[in-house]
Design a protein around this ligand. Structure first.
Ligand SMILES: [Zn+2]
Length: 231
């Protein structure tokens, strides 16, 4: 079953429920997260979906449907309590060593730790996951959402980005405006050892006050503006 990561299913004869995960996945961090995710479905959603759940890799981490996001959030809090995560990171600038420390501490993948970092970040920030140089998905915190920062799936990674450069020894860079966004951006890039995948942790310089009325504009405007600007 290609793309299968985990499942929650009712045991018709014995009663109760079972959690399954793909035995072809060898990363303990991914398996832990999948178990937490399916347990979240069990606690939160089994009444709504008596037939259970089958979740692909993109559902377990970075899923977009409501129930997938909820199960994702459950796994994140179960495995990485926010207060403990904050205590690990403190006021340190995120880099690969610190992220790896967090991933090891909670026995999760670097992607899962990166998304937790995003949740704990007080500044305007986003995480961009790309494969073969193209954005697969991204997640942003509330400050980045307010600033309408957006990286559409399928977008080519910016030419000057660490992720596009392909050199794992670079680690992090302070970018001038215009590389990732119209503001100076700090990027930490992680090069995963499979699927040609990169994870960019981005912190954007504060935007200050937004113009009045900006909240009323739909999100689509940000996408339109982005595509117009990138032409
Ligand atoms: Zn799921």
């Amino acid at each position: 079953m290609p793309g299968f990561e985990g499942a929650l299913g009712p045991l018709r004869k014995r009663g109760g429920w079972a959690i399954l995960y793909n035995p072809a996945v060898h990363s303990p961090g991914r398996i832990n997260y999948t178990l937490g995710h399916e347990f979240g479905h069990y606690l939160c959603h089994r009444q709504q979906s008596p037939g259970g759940f089958q979740c692909g890799e993109s559902d377990v981490l970075g899923g977009t449907r409501d129930q997938e996001r909820e199960a994702d959030r459950f796994a994140s809090y179960l495995l990485m309590p926010l207060d403990d995560f904050r205590a690990q990171v403190g006021s340190q600038k995120m880099d690969l060593a610190l992220l790896r420390h967090c991933a090891d501490r909670y026995d999760v993948s670097l992607t899962a730790a990166a998304l937790k970092w995003l949740e704990s970040a007080s500044r305007c920030a986003a995480v961009v996951v790309a494969t073969n140089g193209f954005v697969q998905w991204f997640r942003r915190n509330a400050a980045a959402e307010r600033a309408r920062i957006f990286f559409p799936p399928g977008m080519e990674l910016p030419a000057g980005s660490v992720a596009a450069g392909g050199d794992a020894t670079v680690g992090s860079i302070d970018h001038a405006p215009g590389v990732w966004w119209s503001r100076p951006t700090h990027e930490v890039a992680i090069f995963a050892d499979h699927y040609e995948m990169t994870i960019s942790l981005l912190v954007f310089e504060d935007f200050g006050m937004m113009p009045e009325g900006w909240e009323d504009e739909p999100t689509e405007d940000a996408f339109d503006r982005f595509t117009a600007a990138s032409r």
